[in-house]
Unconditional design. Structure first.
Ligand code: WT7
Length: 634
């Protein structure tokens, strides 16, 4: 299926039309899908409650659009190409016909085990084809999937299962990532000691690692498949039926379950996939994200498959067996569109341009970037050494809550500028506001990035706590969705995302709340209080700097730091580990007791010379001590 927009002139016209007639614009796009019943109302919304409903009254099954709809025209075309962690293991190619069969079989396994429409299913799997199949099998029967990234700890997994009351867990014996094997069934078992709602656990054999199976609860994936056939009639759901929950961190407290619904998400991921990447029939598309994140949901599974594309799924890491792996995979399959993160680019850049230069990568046509701001240097490296200056780079800005890309160039159509996400997609209405919430008009300005009108792919609520959703996203500036990002609109009207202005840290494209990490650090028996900030890191974009106050001065600081790291590993996962931990005797606080993170951020950045006004601090002396300690840490 082709892109709708093929020239910049058309983009401008479509954009104009989408803002003036949003309902007609999206209805025109939605009509191309298979609906079992057409909607009564295109859009019903207010950002006050908030309440957002798209295609209300419409009924459908998204997997009919992902699979059944394509069988006649492209049944034999590869839907998923899977490249294993180990290049010597054989790969797997699933055509649309084969994928359809596998999804139906697994849907029948879920039904057979008592999962029905509206039930939540937790998916904790490595990047294997069964992961994509699992998402679609849930959607096929109207169950709500909640994928938990394989790098999260047992505690984090249990918290997510409990928050949404999942009935079933899908996992594997263990997973391969580079040279490491991770015992995910063992981690799941630990989580399962505190998850009363889980009735059944389906276990995929991936590594052959020995695992313990609990009688009556744990089932082998392959055994269950033997019990079912491949006939499965997709269940009908309402357009606003939840499709999935995905947990993400905010500036306060524990991660929240972002809820996406069916109809709008379908329309939006398909539309943005086809237009941003300008996908051409038959092309090989590769997004290197993990399906445990929104990028994988929207742009490995749903978007590409809705569009009838061939999507490549990679189980491994960019540096295994060596730092040429990505380029080798691109050559092996003739990848045309490559979508990755700035962190991956920077980490490969560190191995030198000779590595990508060993590969011609002639098939590449479009490059994409996602997850964090891309610095100019990495942008140029990507452009020169990967794209060989003949591939447009689409720097796509969006968030878990958004469902799909909001601000991005359209490949080869919109002009590009390093570090800029450029222009909003049709239907997307960004505004910049000052700290008082006043909309900043005109160009050459900077402010807090908000959206003033809904788009079909946006989230609807946070699971089980609508008030929190309102508070977090819709209360800061009345009648606007606040993204948490700072943003610049340059003289020409192009957008540049400046990074988070709230207490969210983006480490290698992974989002963490400062409070979430502080809570994990505070679990250490000797820690009374901690404060966490982000600071610039050459490869990760941002890294975590933790300041901790101990109850007793630690006898062995190295050991204390190791134990704090253990605590973070246990409660969140190794991905949230602080890069630096500094023991302090106090924190810079205002008289009302609020930690002045601005000061801590400056110290972490090494900018100790200009800390701004510290006169309102309760104890200005503590700043000198922290500064001295920070210097010693370097
Ligand atoms: C935050 C959202 C949705 C993609 C995966 C991350 C940052 C994302 C960009 C970009 C600058 C970006 C923002 C945003 N971000 N893409 N192209 N340029 N910043 O999703 O975990 O929900 O994080 O990632 O700060 O708010 P996420």
């Amino acid at each position: 299926m082709q892109p709708d927009i093929t020239s910049f002139d058309e983009y401008q016209k479509q954009y104009q039309y989408s803002v003036e007639n949003p309902e007609a614009f999206w209805a025109g796009i939605a009509e191309k899908f298979t609906w079992r019943k057409k909607w009564d109302e295109v859009l019903n919304w207010n950002f006050r409650e908030p309440k957002v409903e798209w295609f209300k009254g419409g009924q459908l099954n998204i997997t009919e659009n992902v699979l059944d709809r394509h069988l006649e025209e492209r049944g034999d075309q590869p839907a998923i190409i899977w490249e294993p962690n180990d290049p010597d293991e054989s790969n797997i190619v699933l055509s649309y016909i084969e994928l359809h069969i596998k999804v139906c079989q697994l849907a029948n396994v879920l039904l057979r085990n008592g999962v029905t429409k509206g039930d939540r299913v937790c998916i904790y799997l490595p990047m294997v084809p069964e992961l994509a199949i699992a998402l679609l099998a849930c959607a096929r029967i109207g169950a709500i999937h909640s994928v938990v990234f394989g790098g999260f700890s047992a505690q984090a997994l249990a918290d997510r299962i409990n928050d949404s009351g999942c009935k079933m867990l899908l996992t594997a014996d263990a997973s391969y990532r580079g040279a490491k094997t991770s015992p995910i069934k063992e981690i799941a078992d630990e989580a399962l000691t505190q998850t009363p709602t889980i009735e059944k656990v389906l276990v995929l054999r991936r590594t052959g690692t020995e695992v313990s199976m609990t009688e009556g609860r744990d089932l082998w994936w392959h055994d269950e498949l033997n019990e079912v056939d491949s006939d499965n009639e997709a269940v009908t759901v309402d357009a606003e039926h939840p499709l999935f929950i995905l947990y993400t961190s905010g500036s306060t407290g524990k991660p929240k379950g972002v809820v996406h619904t069916t109809g709008g998400y379908m329309v939006y991921t398909d539309y943005t996939f086809r237009n941003v990447f300008q996908y051409q029939q038959g092309e090989i598309y590769w997004c290197t994200a993990d399906i445990g994140w929104i990028t994988g949901h929207s742009y490995i599974v749903y978007g590409p498959l809705l569009a009838g594309a061939t999507t490549l799924m990679f189980e491994g890491v960019p540096t295994y067996p060596d730092a040429g792996r990505y380029w080798e995979v691109i050559e092996k399959y003739g990848v045309n569109i490559f979508y990755t993160s700035p962190t991956a680019i920077r980490s490969l850049e560190a191995f030198g341009p000779e590595i990508p230069e060993k590969f011609e990568m002639k098939s590449l046509r479009v490059l994409g970037s996602v997850g964090e701001p891309i610095n100019e240097e990495a942008w140029h490296w990507y452009d020169e050494h990967v794209g060989r200056k003949r591939c447009p780079i689409v720097d796509t800005w969006w968030q878990t809550e958004n469902g799909g890309i909001l601000i991005s160039p359209l490949a080869g159509i919109t002009p590009t500028k390093p570090g800029y996400a450029m222009l909003p997609l049709p239907g997307v209405q960004p505004v910049l506001v000052d700290n008082e919430g006043k909309i900043i008009e005109g160009n050459g300005v900077e402010g807090n990035l908000c959206l003033k009108f809904p788009w079909p792919g946006m989230f609807r609520t946070t699971w089980g706590d609508h008030e929190r959703c309102r508070q977090n996203y819709f209360a800061t500036y009345p009648n606007l969705y606040f993204t948490g990002d700072g943003c610049k609109r340059d003289k020409e009207g192009y957008y540049r995302i400046m990074g988070r202005v709230d207490d969210v840290i983006n480490v290698s494209g992974h989002r963490f709340g400062t409070a979430e990490i502080e809570n994990a650090i505070d679990e250490h028996p000797n820690v009374i209080e901690s404060a966490v900030v982000g600071y610039p890191h050459d490869i990760k974009g941002q890294a975590i700097y933790a300041y901790v106050i101990c109850e007793h001065h630690p006898e062995n600081e190295t050991q204390l730091i190791a134990e704090i790291n253990q605590s973070v590993n246990k409660i969140i996962g190794p991905i949230a580990r602080p890069e630096k931990i500094q023991v302090v005797t106090g924190l810079p606080k205002t008289r009302s007791g609020k930690i002045m993170r601005r000061i801590l951020r400056k110290i972490a950045e090494g900018e100790t010379g200009n800390l701004g006004d510290t006169s309102t601090l309760l104890d200005p002396e503590v700043v000198e001590e922290i500064k001295a300690g920070a210097l010693k840490l370097k």
